[in-house]
Design a protein around this ligand. Sequence first.
Ligand code: UDP
Ligand code: MG
Length: 204
Amino acid sequence: MRLMQDVLCGEIEVEGTRGLARQCRGTGKQRSGPAKRLSEGKECERNMADSGSRERTMLLIKPDGVQRGLVGKIITRFEEKGYLLVAMKLTQASEDLYREHYTELKDEPFYARLVKYLSGRPVVPMVWEGYNVVKMTRLMLGQTDPTASEPGTIRADYCIEAARNACHGSDNLECAKREINLWFKPEELISYTSCTHQWIYDEH
Ligand code: UDP
Ligand code: MG
């Protein structure tokens, strides 16, 4: 959370911040909108130097994803993107855990059915790490409704119905933190640096 706030220089939205911050390093070119605002922040250069490449999100391959043999394919998408897997397990979670996980949806008409569907069935919760990982993994998943999702996204490519959309991804940084704590003990999260890091990030 703090890292992203640093990266965002306080007020800019998440989308495209890495590219925009590069503008801040003084390419001379100014983009319209957020880039102009970001370029005004003197702190940007320093903040980008320790950019949010350690941001984490929680993804969960749902029962339909597991049963349909999509675990490997889904993991491969995030691996090939360059994100780092820092926690993963095959588990079956209780109704209580799903009630907590989806607590923000408790008043939705589909909530009870959703919790019942997920409970006690094999799923694969995971934590992935990388720059802008919360936002980007959501984009890679696609829309909640697979029929509204862009081709090339996981939900568009593998799914048909919202209730069987294969994989969950945290909505935002705050949710990510809460969900990671809900699904994993601190010792289950592995902190390490991939030997590919320097080939993915232009950090000094
Ligand atoms: N869902 C559903 N029916 C709906 C909307 C959502 O079954 O009309 C399920 C769907 O599996 C979705 C989950 O509830 O992934 C959580 O809903 P949310 O709005 O958080 O969607 P997401 O963030 O997963 O895209
Ligand atoms: Mg959601």
